[in-house]
Design a protein around this ligand. Structure first.
Ligand SMILES: Cc1ncc(C[n+]2csc(CCOP(=O)(O)OP(=O)(O)O)c2C)c(N)n1
Length: 894
């Protein structure tokens, strides 16, 4: 705009400088806006030029493109966007004085010094302008050059020593063993140290780290102070873990925690959580873990417990869970106040080069979607890397956003130490082999600067190597026999979970209490009246009410309850209504949060549309908050397969691998009701396949009281195991699927439900689990079948065989036994139950199967076909048992 009117602009500016009141308000505002705080006030008689501002903005925005951050490449050529000629400047302008602070040459020099050193920064586009402004004030006055004290520099050298010599030691003493060396990226260690020191200074008390294989041992020893002896012992032949009764994991997946003292003398706690091989899956787990710890620490400002995630370049750019996790970072139910992300960009992923592994320019480009500032640093510039880290931590503590630091480095060896990198990267590895270790480069710089003396530096190295050798001598820990069974004697212990009717009524009154002036939806008004009638025993309790009473009673008794899932507040099937929305002001209300003074914390959360990160988060949360009830609900059970990684690698195996206990509860809607292949099955078979060593509890409860006792048992028993509950859809409204309120006030969860109609002398016993019970029962009644009993299996795993055996004593006379299920034969519980059930049946009674035949898709697409299949199953079950006309006549006569 002003380029066209430049003469006018300059004329007005001259007038403004002579007397600001001589120009109009608009011009004055414009000129004042031009004078950015960090740029010197223009001197009189100089030329103002809009293009200069454009050039300055370009450096602030794109300067990182010209920074020398890659230790394997020379400084990149000046990108056009940073070239003054792009803005119309010519040779003749170079020495011209501009109002924005000196000659063009001087301005460009200053910008290049600030934005094109060995650090690049992305902090303008997409970032909150207030944060941009703050960062600008931190970096521009000192040209974004590291401002570090002598002690800080010596500390960097010390950390580089530790980091590099540790790797070198293992490399020579345990040749060829996998350790995923950090060499080429050893600067990560002083950066982490810097982050922790600065974080502690800014209020941090606890740091929770998540990271993959690369450099993990180095971080464990040098950041968490895990003893070298301890680490080396795991490299010894015949090493068997002794810390818990599991079967363990490889050394570069293990977690650890330690308390350390910062240089400033503050005690802080650092924890590296264990993680599996599946890259980036740890991200949501760490966030959930941190969230729970923040709540426990009453960390209202989210400043005391700080999450730090360390990524690889290929992993962060390739794995979708990174996006899913970042998407949570400002959501009330999930935010941990910002995560510090380190990316070890060694410019390769196993054997794959960046050009084959991502479409984005930087591996960190996802940060832009979330307005997170990104620092790009060069591993061969440890001071810059540490300085950027300190700044990043300050940003996190001040603004509570995610901040990324990309450490541009290289990988000294192959993917692991036994791997030959030159098969695929011959030229790159020629370059890498010629590299001097970063430790040596930095040591020589400091000697040159007189910060350390040569003899002292060498003395430190020798002493450190001696300490490592000493540690190795003590590192041979004899083999210890390990039990792989996690059997705990009380897995079947019966816990009294009933709540007195009086207490239930009090809780119900609060659950159903509408606050004054709240505009309730008229349909909810009726629902709440119905729920009150249930509590008074005037109507049987339905599923939704039993569930609310389970949460309400736990909260009432001071336990925390957290339920998260897609649309969980209301409930996908509109059965829960834990969330009420004021119909006039659209403000939400959760009656469960207003039960009584001192009640437990209650979080009812509508989650983002994610399964992987959403479940990972709740898993992490439940591990850090094992006392409360933590529930994750899938919208339909089958959607849990989007979180299969969490199910396989955390929920069902964490205890055996890492001794990590989670009492997380999963609610997975399941049931064949004609909604098609994707909304019928919660994939019972998948969970049963993952079951072993009593690692999880899998239940398929069929009445509201059972759900009530099951949810309460999960909190009230000391055993901490994940609980998978297949929950109903149609049964939510089935008149038969209700429980008398008395059944909530006494008793406990029943692993099996014997036939309530107690048929006399049955000749046939049906086993089933879940919804189909009601179809069987309905038809049995309708057809007046009298000699068939139905036994429900409510807990599928662990199967309480002793109890079942006792139950079956009452059926010793049966001649037929059938397992009935609605799932296809290759799905559901059939193949898992066949053998144990058969083993308990009377001699000569084979267990038959009636259900859908083997199928690829879990259910039929058309409602009509579903109905036909269902009818066929029921018909087969009862075809021989229906009374004949003679039986009926006989019966009537009798
Ligand atoms: C989800 C997943 N897919 C594949 C792998 C196998 N894998 C292990 S390391 C690796 C390369 C990782 O590269 P990068 O993230 O750059 O980290 P680096 O090893 O270079 O430090 C791959 C593909 C894995 N562990 N997890």
């Amino acid at each position: 705009m002003f380029e066209a009117n430049l003469p006018l602009f300059e004329q007005m500016y001259e007038r403004y400088l002579a007397d600001p009141q001589s120009v109009t308000q608009e011009w004055r505002a414009l000129f004042e806006e031009q004078m950015r705080p960090t740029l010197p006030t223009p001197k009189p008689k100089v030329v103002s030029d809009q293009r200069i501002q454009e050039l300055i903005d370009a450096y602030r925005t794109h300067g990182h493109l010209g920074a020398h951050v890659n230790p394997l490449q020379k400084r990149p050529p000046l990108p056009a966007v940073l070239d003054p000629t792009t803005y119309g400047f010519t040779e003749a302008d170079r020495l011209r004085q501009f109002s924005d602070g000196g000659t063009l040459d001087e301005i460009v020099q200053r910008l290049q010094r600030t934005y094109m050193g060995q650090m690049g920064i992305e902090y303008v586009e997409g970032v909150d302008p207030a944060i941009t402004h703050w960062i600008q004030q931190q970096i521009e006055p000192t040209y974004f050059e590291p401002q570090l004290s002598m002690e800080q520099k010596q500390m960097i050298l010390e950390q580089l020593n530790k980091s590099d010599l540790f790797e070198g030691f293992i490399h020579t003493r345990y040749t060829g063993q996998k350790r995923f060396s950090l060499e080429g990226a050893e600067t990560l260690i002083p950066m982490l140290q810097g982050a922790i020191e600065e974080g502690a200074k800014q209020g941090g008390e606890e740091f929770i780290l998540g990271m993959a294989h690369r450099g993990r041992l180095n971080v464990l020893s040098n950041i968490l102070n895990k003893s070298y002896t301890n680490i080396f012992s795991e490299f010894e032949e015949g090493y068997i873990p002794d810390s818990f009764e599991g079967s363990g994991d490889v050394k570069y997946h293990k977690g650890f925690f330690g308390t350390i003292q910062t240089v400033a003398g503050k005690q802080i706690r650092i924890e590296l959580v264990p993680n599996p091989s599946h890259l980036e899956s740890i991200n949501p787990v760490v966030e959930g873990y941190v969230k729970a710890k923040q709540i426990a620490a009453r960390d209202m400002l989210l400043s005391k417990v700080i999450p730090i995630l360390i990524h690889g370049d290929a992993a962060i750019s390739g794995q979708g869970v990174v996006y899913e996790t970042l998407q949570m970072n400002q959501l009330e139910g999930y935010s941990t106040g910002g995560t510090l992300h380190f990316i070890v960009n060694n410019q390769i992923g196993f054997t794959t080069l960046p050009q084959d592994s991502r479409s984005t320019h930087y591996c960190t480009d996802i940060a832009k979607t979330f307005g997170a500032p990104v620092f790009h640093v060069n591993a061969e510039d440890p001071e810059g890397a540490v300085f950027a880290t300190l700044l990043a931590m300050q940003i996190r503590q001040k603004f509570h956003i995610d901040v990324f630091i990309e450490l541009n480095c290289y990988r000294k060896y192959g993917h692991n130490e036994g791997d030959e990198p030159a098969f695929t990267q011959p030229l790159e590895y020629k370059l890498i082999r010629a590299k001097k270790p970063i430790r040596e480069l930095y040591r020589d710089t400091l000697i040159h600067q007189g910060v350390v003396e040569k003899a002292m530096a060498e003395g430190l190295e020798t002493a450190f190597k001696r300490a490592l050798a000493q540690a190795q001598k003590g590192g041979k820990i004899p083999g210890i026999s390990v039990s792989t069974s996690l059997q705990e004697s009380d897995i079947f212990a019966s816990i009294q979970t009933g709540v007195s009717e009086n207490e239930l009524q009090q809780i119900a009154a609060k659950i159903n209490e509408v606050p004054p002036h709240f505009h309730l939806h008229p349909k909810l008004d009726n629902l709440l009246k119905g729920r009150m009638a249930m509590a008074r025993g005037e109507r049987p309790v339905d599923w939704g009410m039993a569930e609310m009473l389970a949460y309400g009673s736990l909260l009432w008794q001071r336990n925390a309850v957290r339920l998260a899932g897609q649309d969980s507040g209301r409930g996908t099937f509109s059965h829960r209504h834990a969330l009420w929305m004021d119909q006039e002001v659209e403000k939400e209300y959760f009656s469960l949060q207003h039960l009584c003074e001192g009640q437990g914390r209650c979080d009812m959360i509508n989650s983002p549309l994610s399964e992987f990160a959403a479940l990972g988060f709740e898993f992490g949360y439940s591990v850090a908050a094992p006392e409360g009830l933590t529930v994750w609900e899938a919208q339909f059970g089958d959607f849990a397969n989007g979180a299969q990684t969490i199910l396989d690698e955390y929920l069902t195996t964490a205890e055996q691998k890492w001794g990590q206990k989670s009492p997380l509860t999963l609610l997975l809607p399941h049931g064949y009701e004609g909604q098609g292949p994707d909304h019928s099955s919660g994939r019972i078979e998948r969970f049963l396949q993952l079951a072993g060593n009593d690692n999880i509890v899998i239940c398929n409860p069929t009445n509201p009281a059972q759900l009530f006792h099951l949810l309460r048992r999960q909190v009230l028993r000391s055993l901490k195991k994940p609980l998978v509950v297949f929950t109903p859809k149609g049964l939510l409204r089935l008149p038969a699927c209700v429980s008398p309120v008395q059944s909530l006030s006494q008793g406990t969860f029943q692993e099996f439900l014997d036939d309530p109609s107690k048929p006399r002398n049955p000749h046939k016993l049906l086993f089933c689990s879940g919804r189909i019970y009601y179809d069987l029962e309905e038809l049995r009644t309708k057809e007046k079948v009298e000699n068939v009993a139905i036994l429900r299996i409510e807990q599928l795993y662990p199967l309480h065989l002793d109890k079942l055996k006792t139950l079956l004593n009452g059926y010793s006379q049966i001649q037929e036994a059938v397992y009935v299920q609605e799932e296809p034969s290759n799905m559901g519980a059939w193949s898992f139950l066949q053998s144990p059930l058969q083993s308990l049946l009377p001699e000569g009674v084979p267990l038959q199967y009636i259900g859908r035949s083997r199928s690829a898709a879990p259910a039929a697409g058309s409602y009509g076909l579903h109905r036909k299949e269902n009818a066929a199953i029921l018909e087969r079950v009862f075809s021989k048992d229906k009374p004949t006309i003679f039986d009926i006549a006989h019966h009537l006569r009798a």
